[in-house]
Design a protein around this ligand. Structure first.
Ligand code: APR
Length: 308
């Protein structure tokens, strides 16, 4: 039987992820949104592309949670973007309410699904989704680290003129301004970047990675990035549905690893059919430790502003 992925929020990220899944024939896709007609229209358009993509999966758009029943994976992209006059705190509170309602509905209908949270601020929203659904925290994870690492890989590949496929990179911490790109664990065909580039060449790449989301927002003027976020989400979906046991940076619930408890934050983890199967604890030097702690504090500060 084909696997089923339900994407909650049929906006830019949600629809782009649906397109990738349908194009590659990964799973049947349900695209849910509160906007009437929009998910149905996008899904029908994708269904009509399937014959051209030689894809046999189904793509259904809906305004009814019932259609998401028995999903193998739930992706939460629902939320509102920041509008003029809104503070970050307004965005945080509004999206927390959206994610709470989504997690409450989807967990009833798909209690065994692995849940991937994309809505920002993502680390906090993953915590909200986990606590609201009451799901095993190993089955609720956030997308951010893969995207941030992909951005770091891209900028390194621009700098060195090599394929981004030959660049392995790791970005840890929260998916925000305080994220922690890790040059010591970033390699080109196995060679650490610290042996290839001097610190003064690495620093701007780190800075650009930290501002990766903002750079796209300032170019687009309306809305935020969606191609790379959708691709990162699909890499996680593949790892889960095909039980790949990929080692990927994901926002996971920490229970003492890295000295941190009761918070979601990005760390490398083994991702497979059961969700997060293992958290990988890397040795951090003093500077990395300080940056990681600062990033954790930033996520905690956001978490303290909402009630879960
Ligand atoms: N239930 C379901 N869908 C909802 C709800 C809700 N309660 N509230 C809003 N939505 C839908 C909107 O109707 C919209 O179609 O969520 C969708 C969000 O789509 P976009 O505004 O296009 O945002 P997008 O670019 O896809 O980003 C989604 O991912 O990367 C993050 O920061 C980004 O939090 C944002 C999320």
């Amino acid at each position: 039987m084909r696997k089923k992925v339900s994407i909650i929020g049929g906006g830019n990220v949600g629809a782009s992820a649906a397109q990738l899944l349908a194009h590659d024939g990964i799973a049947d896709v349900v695209l849910f949104d509160i906007a009437e007609g929009m998910p149905q229209g996008k899904a029908l358009d994708m269904a009509e592309a399937c014959p051209l993509w030689n894809s046999s999966v189904s793509v259904k758009g809906t305004n009814s949670y019932r259609d998401t029943e028995k999903s193998d994976v739930i992706v939460i992209t629902a939320g509102i973007p920041r509008k003029p006059g809104m503070s970050r705190d307004d965005l945080l509170k509004t999206n927390a309410e959206v994610v709470k309602s989504v997690a409450a509905e989807t967990s009833k209908l798909s209690p065994d699904a692995v849940v991937i949270v994309v809505t920002n601020p993502m680390d906090v929203m993953a915590y909200v989704a986990c606590k609201t659904s009451g799901c095993n925290h190993r089955k609720v994870l956030g997308m951010g680290g893969i995207l941030d690492s992909a951005r770091f890989r891209t900028f390194i590949s621009f700098e060195l003129g090599v394929s981004p496929s030959d660049v392995e990179a790791l970005v840890m911490g929260g998916h925000g301004d305080q994220m922690v790109p890790m040059p010591r664990y970033t390699t080109i065909k196995g060679v650490p970047i610290t042996k290839i580039l001097p610190p003064e060449k690495i620093a701007p790449l780190i800075e650009r990675t930290r501002n990766g989301g903002a750079e796209i927002v300032s170019l687009l003027k309306t809305g935020s990035a969606y191609y790379a976020p959708a691709a990162a989400t699909c890499q996680m979906i593949r790892a889960i549905l095909f039980d790949e046991k990929r080692i990927l940076p994901c926002a996971v619930y920490l229970e003492g690893q890295y000295g941190v408890r009761d918070i979601y934050v990005g760390v490398p983890a083994v991702l497979g059919a059961r969700g997060i199967e293992k958290v990988i604890e890397l040795e951090l030097n003093e500077e990395e430790r300080a940056d990681f702690d600062r990033s954790v504090s930033a996520v905690k500060a956001l978490l303290e502003k909402i009630t879960v």
